[in-house]
Design a binder for this molecule. Structure first.
Ligand code: UN1
Length: 510
């Protein structure tokens, strides 16, 4: 496939098919990282409009919480159907707007579909517990209730899937949503919202009642919008994905009013390669994890901790693979590495390599690749960096395709290195030794929210809980029981006897 030369026209065609009115006249320009073209121009949401919007979302919540959960699930099922129908269009738009390769753009929409399926099933399984009461004639149980308006803040790198993780769960849990997407990716947000709006029309036609107005909305603008959500008591949960810096600025504001935040922040993910590792498999897994999405996943592999006995062989093979990486337009079939999101990201990439050299690193790769027809895009040559040890700069996350390699002698030493960074998102060990594998997954092993064996740290399925510890923020989204963050728990004691025994045997005779 040739690179379509007129990306703005393609973007507007895709938007029209997805049900978004022409986005060409607003004050905020949307730049494609593919070639630097202006894809569209959208309206900013004035920060002062948020107060009324939160009020309307609150009213929508009060109506939505009374709808039975399986019926709420039906809306999410319809959203999943719209996404299936428009997977190609939305997947292409994701590629155009975020720069990820088309297969990953489509994969992202698949991730939305998957979480919708999960949430539909969940809508009949918002289970509480029954608990044995210590008192005769009493029952003790817990129930889960809708929470309120959920603020969702997302990043450019997964411009739609992360919203869907939050939105699909929050909707079946009976909440209203206000979504602040990255300023860099408003078009895919508007398109996702348009698909939900279509699903809402179908839901209304089949149930005979409308979806409450402003049950779900998108606000476009800068950090002030996120701050307004963080500060507003009518937003009991703020779910934020982005940098640790952003999370550290936002979370104290939410905490100041004793609200809840669900944080999905930076990662600094490592893979350990043990002497027994299957190197064929490891090379493929490492390369995908390090250069996929141009190193701009929060789960991207950034540090390689290699046993000294296999280090020369593995690094030689990685260099060969890196030399053959197809770097180019993400819209061209077969491309593996697309552009960084913009000039600032490219500058951070260069600066990190500079710093690595200053700290004793030997760099293979690096520099900017000129892609014919896409001269306005910032295409980096992914870098492999042999480091003398885990230096200070390796403890920071650079959102770019840089893979640092260090050596180790014992597994204990490797695990200590893996854990010795501020972040705690994803980790991996390549080994065929059962003892090593189980040690890595044990309490004394990886300290991350995600710990894998013989698979890289990125590319998680939606079925598991997703998130990490330490500077990653501690939140869990997506599968497993992550839904509980979107509900409030009530403990209920019912006395069906004629007596009033007090707990703990306390006597209070009148
Ligand atoms: C992110 O980078 O914010 O596990 C999310 C993965 C994807 C999600 C990444 N499923 O890499």
């Amino acid at each position: 496939m040739m690179v379509p030369s007129d990306l703005p026209a393609l973007a507007q065609t895709l938007l029209a098919r997805l049900g978004v009115p022409a986005a060409t006249t607003g004050a905020r320009l949307v730049i494609s990282p593919v070639d630097g073209a202006v894809l569209g121009a959208v309206d900013n949401t004035p920060p002062e409009a948020l107060d009324a919007l939160i009020g309307r979302a609150q009213a929508a919540f009060l109506a939505w919480r009374a709808v039975p959960a399986p019926e709420r699930g039906a809306l999410v099922r319809l959203l999943g159907e719209e996404l299936r129908r428009h997977k190609d269009d939305l997947g292409q738009l994701v590629s155009l707007e975020s720069g990820k390769i088309l297969s990953e753009g489509l994969g992202e929409v698949q991730e939305m579909i998957d979480i919708c399926d999960f949430a539909v099933g969940l809508s009949r399984q918002l289970h509480g517990l029954t608990i044995a009461s210590e008192r005769p004639g009493h029952t003790l149980r817990e129930t889960w209730h809708p929470l309120g308006v959920v603020g969702i803040i997302t990043a450019f790198n997964f411009p739609v899937a992360v919203w869907a993780w939050n939105a699909a769960l929050a909707l079946v849990c009976g909440n209203a949503l206000i979504w602040k997407p990255s300023e860099r990716t408003p078009l895919t947000a508007l398109a996702s919202a348009a698909l939900l709006a279509r699903a809402s029309v179908t839901w209304a036609a089949t149930t005979g009642r409308p979806v409450p107005t402003d049950l779900s909305s998108v606000v476009i603008g800068d950090a002030r919008l996120g701050q307004a959500l963080a500060d507003d008591r009518r937003v009991p949960l703020v779910s934020a994905t982005g940098s640790t810096r952003m999370g550290k600025a936002l979370a104290p504001r939410v905490a100041a009013r004793l609200g809840r935040s669900l944080l999905e922040l930076g990662g600094n993910n490592a893979a350990i390669v043990a002497p027994s590792a299957d190197l064929d498999l490891a090379v493929r897994a490492i390369t995908f994890a390090a250069v996929g999405t141009c190193g701009q996943r929060c789960t991207s592999l950034r540090r390689l901790i290699i046993h000294h006995s296999v280090r020369p062989a593995l690094m030689a093979r990685l260099r060969t693979v890196y030399e053959r990486l197809r770097i180019g337009s993400p819209l061209v079939d077969g491309t593996l590495v697309g552009p960084l999101i913009g000039a600032d990201a490219y500058q951070a990439f260069e600066q990190a390599l500079e710093q690595a050299r200053a700290e004793g690193g030997v760099v293979w790769g690096g520099g900017r690749v000129t892609v014919p027809g896409c001269e306005g895009g910032f295409y980096p040559r992914p870098a492999l960096v042999e480091m003398p040890g885990q230096t200070a700069m390796m403890r920071e996350e650079t959102f770019a395709p840089i893979l640092y390699a260090v050596g180790y002698d014992t597994l204990d030493e490797a695990i200590a290195l893996q854990n010795d960074v501020p972040q705690g998102l994803a980790s991996a060990l390549f080994t065929t030794d059962l003892r090593e594998a189980e040690t890595f997954l044990s309490a004394e092993g990886s300290d991350c929210g995600i710990a894998n064996i013989n698979i890289g740290p990125s590319g998680a399925e939606i079925g598991g809980a997703f998130g990490g510890e330490k500077d990653t923020g501690g939140g869990r989204e997506s599968g497993s029981d992550a839904w509980k963050a979107y509900m409030r728990r009530a403990t209920n004691t019912v006395n069906y006897s004629h007596a009033l025994p007090l707990a703990q045997g306390v006597r209070f005779d009148l």
